[in-house]
Design a binder for this molecule. Sequence first.
Ligand code: XMP
Length: 446
Amino acid sequence: MKKELILVLDFNPTLAQIAARQIRAAKVYCEVLPGSTSMQSILNAAPKGIVIAGGEGEAPPLSADLFELGLPVLGVHEGASIASSDGLLVTATEDNRTDHYSMKFTPALLQTDKGKEALESFLYRTCKCLGGWTTDTYIEAEIAKLRAEIDGRVLLALSGGVDSSVTAMLLHKAVGDKLVCVFVDHGLLRKGEAEQVVSLFKKKMGMTLVHVDASERFLNKLAGVRNPERKRRIIGEEFIRVFEDEAKKLGKIEYLAQGTIYPDLLESGVGAKFVKSHHNVGGMPKDIGFKGIVEPLKLLFKDEVRVVGEALGLSHEMVWRQPFPGPGIGVRCVGVITRDKLRALRDADAIFREEILKAELSSSIWQYFAANLGVKSVGMKDGARNFGYTIALRAVHTTDAMNASVAELDYALLTRCAERIINEVEGIGRVVYDVTPKPPGTIEYE
Ligand code: XMP
């Protein structure tokens, strides 16, 4: 059966992503292309309909040819310019065609049943889509595609994060032992994390996994470095060097796999505007003789990736874990990184995570962690002078990590954490709770 496709033309990246997400939630497959895509490319993609995700109130600069393709067109925009009195679907009147629609399509409206009904009406009645697109159909099709395309060994840098973990599961299912995962432990992971990754993927799932304990190498490079940007750069570059060294040891490998997901591509400029250069897209070495790059999740949104992960056998806790930055606790260890600061930070973080879990808050808080502020202060412990580090606890709510508010944690929970951290972790003098939202703060410390 030919794949059914709706094209979303991107004149506003936020709206385009929301529209695409909603179309897929309605079980119709769609892809986002830049607003500047040529008519020929649109025709080649053979869509059943086009959604124009337009500007804020202004009409996007559309080519008149778009309306001559004989395809149904739905305009979605945040302005109310062509909306009917109830703010929903209306027939455009300028050219008297019944298959061109405009819809006031704010994110809030989409949450309503009326908004979803209007979109489904366009997809199923106007475009005559058959539907049926789900993550299960995606998994089947993607596994078949990977099996057909991959004729050699595939190398994957497995971090244990959601995207690389799901990529590993999908590839393992598709190509089995041809997949080689390299897990680089940069010495900046949370307590117990390296053991968890090895135990899950190597022991339980039976994957070929090379565990590189490169912590000495990273910590030596970072010794004495205080500048936050330099620290980040060293971690990023060293990661690539270690990965390259391991790839060379493994002999001929034909493909490099990456856990790139759809928002990474859209935000890196595949859509309308360049937002930021994403580490997955630009960061990994491509010049070490690979025949191709394999990115099996590159057309999936984050929540779809999680559903795929669960369907492939990853636990609910694993796929819904809080985000963890690539440079690890290196961005939570303020100033010069030392083994002693990292140890205190790791132990304090483990206690905070344990308490959040016990309080059943782990799924309602976006990110919660401890940071070592690197400042020592005087206090008392067991009747003697204590001169220890200051640990900041941070817990934030956000939907997109661009703005974040501070989680209003229960005072009893905070004091319990402070008491446990001071008593159970050597070398900590004070515990503070960070009440800075983003902006002006950032979520991480460096
Ligand atoms: P900030 O600190 O910028 O963090 O408010 C926003 C979100 O991004 C995560 N973060 C990173 N993730 N590599 C990553 O993969 C990084 O270098 C990085 N820096 C920040 C951070 O944990 C938060 O979720």
